[in-house]
Design a protein around this ligand. Structure first.
Ligand code: URA
Length: 330
């Protein structure tokens, strides 16, 4: 696989990624896949029979996922400009244009995929993304969810790097019902990646970033103790009591995807992190009443942090490869 490093760095050299870098593959755990003639990734409108997945995706090293297709396209444009790879104004085609379920964009080794809202939506996307990376023979892939959340006792606009994803009872687990039986999966995330992202944000010094637990719920309204849904059977005092209990359990923010994201990435051997900006302080309110301009500015923050992290990592990989490439000739 050839990485055109001259696009990343001012120094004009091309880097050959040789086999020595291929440490960690992307795992699937499904013996039935071997029996498939072609694997159709239906919700991506891609497949092993119809597309050359290794040629299209074999060089992917970073995958960023987020709820909205629009945000993931804007992330691709942002990362292209950050890495000085291509004209940031040039159009990036949606690789999943054959479907309106998810959108996918690629710039160099960075893949950007939308996942919709909630656990079922991101889980379907992740099944197909993990198979795609596996079929493409990708190795050493880092995956980061960039998203929005409600904060607990944090200034709106604070970025939270997730230490552990917990459920609505504050336990670090994801429950999947399989054949009518509940299977409990761990929601551990990569702690060293979380720390590196936190350090990266300190270096940037552009916005407040904290590390803490993220509560993943099944719903935006009652599931997150909001008082403004179509139904509500609890008081303001009960809401406050619940959110304060969450805060005591180390919960900094609330969103709706991190638990299954953490569980599935762990099963497939992907190095994973969750970086979400808080749009409001849930101790102070429920409605997203800030202006669109303010909310859009907040939503850029995870992109800025992750963009800076990827840039740094690609420089490290580039330098490492440059050294190994040159020393191999000595
Ligand atoms: N996303 C959520 O799930 N909750 C919020 O409060 C904001 C964004």
């Amino acid at each position: 696989m050839i990485l055109h490093a001259s696009k990343f760095f001012p120094f004009a050299f091309e880097i050959l990624i040789d086999c020595s870098l291929k440490f960690f593959p992307v795992y699937v755990h499904n013996p039935h896949l071997d029996a498939l003639k072609d694997d159709i990734l239906y919700h991506f409108s891609l497949g092993t029979g119809s597309h050359n997945l290794p040629a299209m995706f074999g060089d992917v090293k970073f995958v960023c996922v987020g709820g909205s297709p629009w945000r993931m396209k804007s992330f691709t444009e942002f990362i292209a400009a950050e890495l000085a790879m291509e004209d940031p104004k040039s159009g990036y085609p949606n690789i999943c244009a054959g479907t309106d379920r998810y959108a996918m964009y690629k710039v160099g080794p960075v893949l950007s995929v939308s996942h919709g809202m909630g656990i079922p939506s991101i889980a379907i996307m992740l099944h197909e993304l993990i198979k795609l990376l596996h079929h493409a023979h990708c190795t050493d892939v880092t995956i980061i969810r960039i998203g929005t959340s409600g904060g607990i006792g944090l200034e709106p606009g604070t970025v939270v790097v997730t230490k552990q994803s917990v459920d609505a009872t504050f336990l670090p687990k994801f429950e999947q019902v399989i054949l009518g039986k509940t299977v409990v999966r761990s929601t551990d995330l990569d702690q060293s990646l979380a720390q590196e992202l936190l350090q990266c944000s300190k270096g940037l010094n552009q916005f407040e970033t904290v590390i803490g637990n993220t509560m993943c719920t099944l719903d935006f309204y009652e599931g997150q103790a909001r008082l403004d849904g179509a139904f509500c059977s609890y008081t303001e005092a009960e809401k406050q009591e619940y959110l304060l209990k969450a805060k005591e359990a180390g919960v900094c923010n609330i969103e709706m995807e991190s638990s299954v994201f953490a569980a599935m990435c762990k099963l497939s051997g992907l190095q994973a992190a969750v970086v979400c900006v808080t749009l409001l302080d849930r101790l102070k309110g429920d409605q997203l009443s800030s202006s669109h301009e303010v909310l859009n500015n907040y939503q850029l923050r995870p992109q800025i942090l992750v963009g800076s992290y990827i840039k740094k990592q690609l420089k490290i990989i580039g330098i490492f490869l440059y050294i190994t490439q040159n020393t191999s000739y000595l």
